[in-house]
Structure formats: structure tokens, C-alpha cells
Design a protein around this ligand. Structure first.
Ligand code: UD1
Length: 383
């Protein structure tokens, strides 16, 4: 049996790591790791491979940065010959980035089955490129692995057959639980000369085009962050997209806001686990803070991960500076929800995914062999 696993951008690496580890337990499965190269530099890619102990990819498509159309098309063009060479039984894609839809679409067009990990999440905001990627990937997937109840519900409403939907938990949480202890050896707080005791610090990330591409909106968000920095030091690892916008538009950054390079997985996990408060527009951070029980303010108008609000520590505050400042003030005054960890976010999602794929694909090949008659004899029967 042969499975291709695809990873392209930073959050994908966190999700692919436990899958590669789980599939290694199956000696009769050949696992091929394909890196599309959507993210490519040390901080956005290489450091994740070493921190998360992911082996070198078997194939790197080296697509790099480009417009959505060019990036998606390049991935498809370069992935097709890989599929023709390896002829896998299934292509496993994760998350909602351009590499996800590009590889799913290429496989589906060649009649190769697609498994989507993190299926069914919906922000219902078609202006978000990831929403388009999510809807389209699910539409052409054969195995849809969901992380939360809303995922299952959305897929059912869209008419996806129940037998294609598998609630398995959250692979991002698999990585978090596996690496939390190792992350606690990080010396990032010392290097930044900050402390988690006393007033502590707030951690900020922003990279969504809707927040950072428009200078007026970005300036408003920094207005709120600058005010919060008057009460608590703010650490802000800056995504390259955001960095270029801050520089281009000369956005004012208060002295209490420390802009730092994007961090590796372990350092960032430690920073997040010790923060008093996280402000973000990332999808993954909403989930990770829920598991770490750190209060999270999501600076967006919607979320595709509602369980982090109903069950976890997340609050959706949008982009209104007054509201952001007020919510932050409440948390710093000690009024934060503790939340609880959603069902099946237990560190074993990847095991469930690989076991399901193995069982399904193995079952099919045995049925095929049975249909071919004499091949049945070749399958040893175990007691
Ligand atoms: C992509 C994903 C987004 C995900 C995010 C995580 C899509 C549509 N978006 O957005 O869902 O949350 O990754 O980071 O797939 N750059 C570098 N080094 C790199 C990669 C990018 O400097 O290794 C710079 C380039 O200038 C590039 C910009 O960052 O133009 C944006 O990268 P891109 O992959 O296009 O989108 P992200 O904003 O990272």
C-alpha cells in the first residue's frame, strides 16, 4: 500500500508530523512525503522540520511564493508527474492552504483517492482564500477527517455521505501534546529578557490578508495593540507578509511592543504556553490556546473553529480597537474563562486517521483479490 502525504505551508508541518509518525508503524505501507515548497525559508519551513522531527521530504516541488492562481497552478503542474510516478492508493492533504486544494484536485482528476485531514471547518466567509480551499477540497475528498462537531454538521448539511466522514480529533493537538515537555526547555524567555511571572506578557500574531493587507485596518489594530502594551509587554513574532506591510506603510509601533522574527515550533509553543493572553487571527492558535487553557482573543469577524469559543478559551472580538482593548482589560483583571478541552483532542488523532485509511484500503484490496479468485489463497489467514 502506498500513501502520499502533502505539506506546503507552516501550519501544515505541525499537522503532518504526527501522521508521518503514525504511518511509520505500518511496515507494509510506503509513505511518501511531498513538500510543495509554498513556504520555503529557514524560519517558515526548515526549523519546523527539525523541531517536529519530520524526516526530509521525498519530493520537494519548490513552488515558492506567487499569486494564488500561479501558486496553485504550479503545485498542480509539478504534483501531477509525482502522482504518475508513484501511483499511490491515497493522497493525504491537511488544512486549508493553496497546496491543499492544488494537490487534492490533481489527485482527484487522476482518479486517485483523497483524504482531507481537518475537513468540514467553515467560516462561511468566501472572501477568505482558505474558505474556498476548504469547501473545494472537501467536495472532492473520499475520506473526510473532522476535528470538531461543527465539521461533521457542515459536511452533512452539504450532502456529504455519512460513511465518508470520520470524527478523529485534532492532529495539531497531537503535536502540541507530544512536544510540550520538550518545548519547556526553550530559552526563548531568557533570550527575550521577559518573564512569565509578575505582569507576564501578551503574545500577538497577525497575518491574514483581511487584517494586514489594508493599511487602514492594520493601523487600527496596531492602535489597540499599542494601548494594551501600556499595561503588559507585548511580544509579536511577525509573519513575512505582515512585516512587509508594516515597513511599507510606516505603521507606528509602541515601545512596549517587541517585533521579533517568526519563531520555530518549540520556542513559539513555549511562548504561547506561558502567555497571559494571546491575540491572533490564526486558526491554529485558537485551537492551541484552548488546549493550553490560555485566554485567546481572535481578531476576526468569524471563525471556522467554533468549538474553541463554545468549549475553549477563545473569544471572537473582531477588529474594533475599543472592543479589543476592553476584552484584553477584562482578561488582565483576572476575568478569563478557563474552558475545557474538546472531545478526542487527546494526542491520538493521527493514529486514528492512519488506522482508518489502512483498514479501508486494505479491505478494498482484499475484496478485489477475492473477486480475482485464486488470489484469495495467497492471503494468509490469521487466527
Ligand atoms: C499561507 C496560507 C494561510 C496560512 C499561512 C500560514 C494560503 C492561501 N494561505 O498564507 O492559510 O495561515 O500560510 O503562514 O495558502 N514568505 C516568506 N517566506 C516563506 C513563505 C512566504 O518570506 O517561506 C513571504 C512571501 O513574501 C509571500 C508571503 O510571505 O509572498 C506570503 O506567503 P504565502 O504562502 O503566499 O501566504 P501566507 O500569507 O503565508
Amino acid at each position: 500500500m502506498r500513501m502520499i502525504f502533502v505539506a506546503g505551508a507552516r501550519p501544515n508541518f505541525v499537522k503532518i508530523a504526527p501522521l508521518m509518525r503514525a504511518v511509520a508503524e505500518y511496515p507494509d505501507v510506503e509513505a511518501i512525503l511531498v513538500h510543495t515548497g509554498q513556504h520555503y525559508d529557514q524560519a517558515m519551513s526548515d526549523s519546523f522540520f527539525s523541531d517536529l522531527e519530520i524526516r526530509q521530504p521525498d519530493v520537494n516541488l519548490n513552488v515558492g511564493s506567487a499569486s494564488h492562481a500561479v501558486q496553485t497552478a504550479e503545485v498542480m503542474k509539478r504534483f501531477e508527474p509525482v502522482l504518475e510516478k508513484y501511483l499511490p492508493d491515497v493522497v493525504v492533504v491537511v488544512g486549508d492552504v493553496n497546496s491543499t486544494i492544488a494537490c487534492a484536485l490533481t489527485a482527484a482528476k487522476l482518479g486517485i483517492r483523497v483524504a482531507h485531514v481537518e475537513a468540514g471547518l467553515r467560516s462561511f466567509d468566501a472572501a477568505m482564500p482558505e474558505e474556498i480551499n476548504r469547501v473545494l477540497t472537501d467536495r472532492i475528498s473520499d475520506f473526510l477527517f473532522t476535528t470538531e462537531i461543527s465539521g461533521e454538521e457542515n459536511l452533512r448539511k452539504e450532502g456529504v455521505a455519512a460513511e465518508k466522514i470520520f470524527p478523529v480529533g485534532n492532529v495539531m493537538v497531537d503535536s502540541l501534546l507530544r512536544f510540550l515537555e520538550k518545548a519547556s526547555n526553550s530559552d526563548i524567555l531568557t533570550r527575550l529578557k521577559i518573564s512569565s511571572s509578575g505582569v507576564g506578557y501578551a503574545l500577538v500574531t497577525l497575518h491574514r490578508p483581511v487584517n494586514v493587507d489594508d493599511p487602514v485596518g492594520l493601523r487600527r489594530l496596531f492602535g489597540a495593540i499599542n494601548v494594551i502594551a501600556g499595561s503588559i509587554p507585548v511580544i509579536f513574532p511577525v509573519h513575512p507578509r505582515t512585516q512587509s506591510q508594516i515597513a511599507k506603510h510606516g505603521i507606528k509601533v509602541a515601545a512596549g511592543v517587541r517585533l521579533i522574527e517568526p519563531q520555530g515550533y518549540l520556542d513559539f509553543l513555549y511562548l504561547m504556553s506561558k502567555a497571559r493572553l494571546v491575540l491572533t487571527d490564526s486558526g491554529g492558535l485558537q485551537e492551541e490556546t484552548t488546549v493550553l487553557r490560555v485566554p485567546c482573543l481572535t481578531l476576526r469577524e468569524n471563525t471556522e473553529r467554533p468549538i474553541t469559543i463554545t468549549v475553549g478559551t477563545n473569544s471572537l472580538v473582531g477588529s474594533d480597537p475599543e472592543k479589543i482593548i476592553e476584552y484584553a482589560r477584562q482578561i488582565l483583571a483576572g476575568h478569563a474563562r478557563k474552558g475545557r478541552i474538546p472531545d478526542q483532542w487527546d494526542g491520538r488523532a493521527a493514529e486514528r486517521i492512519v488506522a482508518t485509511l489502512y483498514r479501508k484500503l486494505k479491505g478494498e484490496s482484499e475484496v478485489l483479490q477475492a473477486q480475482e479468485g485464486d488470489a484469495v489463497e495467497a492471503t494468509p489467514k490469521t487466527a
